[in-house]
Design a binder for this molecule. Sequence first.
Ligand code: C5P
Length: 396
Amino acid sequence: MGKKILLGISGGIAAYKACEVVRALVKRGDEVRVVMTKGAQEFIRPMTLQVLSENPVGTTTFDPGYESEIGHIDLARWADAVLLAPATANLIARMAAGMADDLLTTVLLATDAPVVVAPAMNTQMWRHPRVQANLVTLSEMPRHLVVDPDEGELACKEVGPGRLPDPEVLLQALDRAMSPQLLSDKKVLITAGPTREFIDPARFISNPSSGKMGHALARAASEMGAAVTMVRGPVSLDPPSGVDVVEVTTARQMHRAVMERAASMDYAVMVAAVADWRPADESDEKVKKREMTGQLELVKNPDILAELGARFGPDGDEAGPTLIGFAAESDDVVERARQKMKRKGAHLMVANKIGGPATAFGADRTTVSVLSEDKVVEIPLADKLAVARKIWENAH
Ligand code: C5P
């Protein structure tokens, strides 16, 4: 469901990047209204933002035309969230002081929506103690979330913190600000992606897992306030912002990384498609074609979920995380998942049907059933992030 986002742009060189932010928001189905400070209008023209946002742009407090289209109080009430990108040192100072000397700061005082502040400025300005003190003031205000700037080369050629983060990072911060904090103070461990089991340096056994579901669960948990560690096999996805990532390749590495961390977690969610078998001997050198026999001896990999289940599951004797497993089945999905839940000692099982275009490996959308001891909740077909949020709503 699209949200109503008020984008406030203030006057720094990063203002031009606000165009990309508007495009990204509109693309994902959000409704966007833009308010620009006087300084912002020196860098980009309101018309550009009007075309991209498909809405009139607010520029001054006393514009009768704009006020009759949407008054500043209505605008403050309309927004589900406010994003300030870029937020200049000047805007941050005016907010910290509670001023209302232009349309943007007036709306900011009048809204009770969450406010995401994305500062971008010259590195020296960013480091100035007054700017830092104002940012502390903002981050201590209820509903306010400050996103740290990226480090790198700035438009002024200085190198250091001060760059506006990519639109994707800002969108994730908005989602976090709008999300119910169901998992605040919780620690979540997630496995994601496939593993690779090497035959020799040039060949391995693996599977087509994309890691999308694991990444969606990590992102959703992080939005809901959890401290998330994701142990992931080789995938080509950017990790969600704010998630601690442990990169592994083989099942045994994944097993070790999980076992080292599991006991201190509140939730352990095993989403990875772990290879069940690995070659009995891994050759250090590439095996020559003519030396191949056509036979490959395999040995079983550790079952990470089952091992956690034996210790921390319903019949285990150690206190530990709530264990959530995944079961991909092609028929009798719920019944087989229930048997798997018992066999592995998981507290919850997420079952999905494999086969069919929407449920194939690598798909962007999925439909699942969440099984617990005494019930089954069906989660209808949706994109994996929406499904991941629903899974957490049922699991927390
Ligand atoms: O037995 P199966 O592979 O169908 O079980 C799937 C569930 O078990 C998933 O949650 C998966 O992450 C987990 N698993 C595991 N270690 C393995 C195999 C599967 O943690 N070696």
